[in-house]
Design a protein around this ligand. Structure first.
Ligand SMILES: Cc1ncc(COP(=O)(O)O)c(C=O)c1O
Length: 474
């Protein structure tokens, strides 16, 4: 039986003619979920409704989001790390308006783009051991570019990556993605890619031993799970890469630009990779942009002759708005001392969360660096709690995390996320501008949600059963 054709409301003349985006945004406050579900991702809308996230956010300022009723939320998701300097930062607005209000020539292509040169210079000042920058439009595009540069500069094919790695979802990036959840159904992938366990130097040594590996790509702190590199891992990896002639690529797309309390996370381990990737925060929350920072000898292998001046290009990569966003973001990070702020706020949160682990048996540990933190949970010992945990986790591994993130949102107005597929960790990735009073808000909320989750029977576990019904059976 064919479904009857659905009547689609036609756009109103106001929709068609209006270029006032905030007005257009406001006009669709009530039908936005319906519109998005109908014309784009229906499963996303189902999920938002299931977990109570369909609150119609209509304003964002700094670290806060506001819904239609004016309720304020603390955003510990930060657009997956994009809003390091907060939302709608006035300095970014000024810089971007200066471009929009000008008649600067953009994307001439046959040109030496001035703002790109300046952003490259400023980024490279942070990595004095690297000499060249190549720009792209997104994190995954930077990853793809880095893999190409590594293959071209070594003349080798092999690429080694880690279990649970997340480097994006274009074909290059997906070929080095360490989680089947993202890869399922999309294969085959790039040839020559080999997965090894994270934090395992012996496995890396074995993988590089054949002398045919172009690159080892690694996140200093894995975004999925917030798995932190062991004390000797990155130094050891750098040494092995040097010995085997393999390019070491540090993916700092999430960890870079102050997130972990250092400008780059690799600085915690005194490591100097051959290629460093940055993106997300560099956008200032406005214009997608990424940069591949690398050694001159790698860059020069690709751009090795005048007729290869365009051997690697991307039409929009060096556009004025993206470059301006990057330049202004670096100004804000330095001017507001956000690297230092991430370090001190992160230290406080980690200390307070760690103290909770002795009081709450569901909590395994708190880990992370700076403002990239996970609270990890594990199967409890006591019988009543264990029975509830087993019920939920047998229905779907990792579902327990929602028992924490949903009340954090609905009762405490904190937006957070589960740290990855099948993960038992809840992840906090706040804007780097959060204050002491925001930390008070977070600590109180986490304490309250943890306490509630240890009451059996209790609202937390009733929620768990509702989730089983909604998520698993649906
Ligand atoms: C470490 C890391 N690398 C790469 C990417 C991919 O970035 P994008 O989504 O902009 O392609 C991400 C995105 O979350 C990331 O966290």
């Amino acid at each position: 039986m064919t479904e009857p054709a659905r009547q689609m409301p036609l756009p109103t003349s106001a929709d068609v003619s209006s270029l006032d985006m905030p007005a257009l945004y406001a006009r669709h406050a009530t039908d936005c979920y319906d519109l998005y579900g109908r014309h784009s991702n229906e499963q996303m809308v189902r999920m938002l409704k299931t977990v109570g996230l369909d609150v119609d956010f209509c304003r964002g300022e700094g670290q806060y989001l506001y819904d239609r009723g004016g309720t304020r939320y603390l955003d510990l998701l930060a657009g997956f790390g994009v809003f390091a300097i907060g939302r709608n930062h006035p300095t970014l607005q000024t810089a971007l308006r200066s471009v929009l209000d000008s008649t600067l020539p953009n994307l001439i292509q046959m040109d030496a783009p001035r703002l790109a040169a300046l952003l490259a210079q400023r980024l490279l000042q942070h990595v004095p051991y690297l000499q060249k920058a190549f720009f792209a439009n997104s994190g995954a595009e930077a990853v793809d570019a880095a893999l190409k540069f590594a293959r071209a500069s070594t003349g080798r094919v092999g690429i080694v990556y880690c279990d649970h790695a997340f480097h994006g979802v274009t074909y290059g990036a997906l070929s080095v993605n360490g989680d089947e959840t993202f890869r399922g159904g999309f294969g085959p992938f790039l040839p020559g890619c080999a997965r090894i366990p994270f934090n395992d130097l012996a496995a890396l040594d074995r993988a590089l031993g054949g002398g045919d590996v172009a690159a080892f790509i690694v996140e200093p702190i894995q975004g999925k799970g917030v798995n932190v590199a062991a004390a000797d891992y990155l130094q050891g990896a750098a040494e092995l890469c040097r010995r085997h002639g393999t390019v070491l690529i540090a993916d700092e797309i999430q960890t870079g630009l102050g997130r972990t309390g250092r400008f780059l996370a690799v600085e915690h381990w005194n490591v100097e990779p051959d290629i460093v990737l940055v993106s997300k925060a560099l956008s200032g929350g406005y214009v997608p942009v990424s940069a591949v920072l690398m050694r001159k000898r790698i860059f020069d292998k690709v751009f090795d002759r005048m007729d290869r001046a365009m051997a690697a290009v991307s039409t929009f990569a060096e556009n004025n708005l993206a470059m301006a966003a990057g330049i202004a973001t670096l100004e804000v990070i330095a001017g507001e001392k956000l690297v230092e702020r991430a370090a001190s706020m992160g230290q406080r949160l980690l200390r307070e969360f760690s103290a909770m682990s002795s009081r709450y048996e569901l909590m395994h540990e708190a880990r992370g660096k700076g403002l990239m933190i996970a609270i990890d949970f594990a199967r409890p010992q006591s019988r009543a709690l264990r029975a509830e945990w087993d019920l939920i986790e047998k229905a779907r591994e990792g579902l327990f995390g929602q028992v924490i993130t949903i009340p954090l949102f609905t009762e405490h107005k904190i937006l957070s996320q589960v740290a990855g597929p099948n993960s038992h960790a809840v992840k906090f990735l706040p804007p780097l501008i959060i204050t002491e009073s925001d930390c008070d808000w977070i600590v109180k909320a986490v304490e309250a949600v943890l306490a509630a989750s240890h009451r059996v029977p209790g609202a937390a576990w009733s929620l768990g059963k509702t989730l089983i019904a909604n998520f698993v059976r649906a």
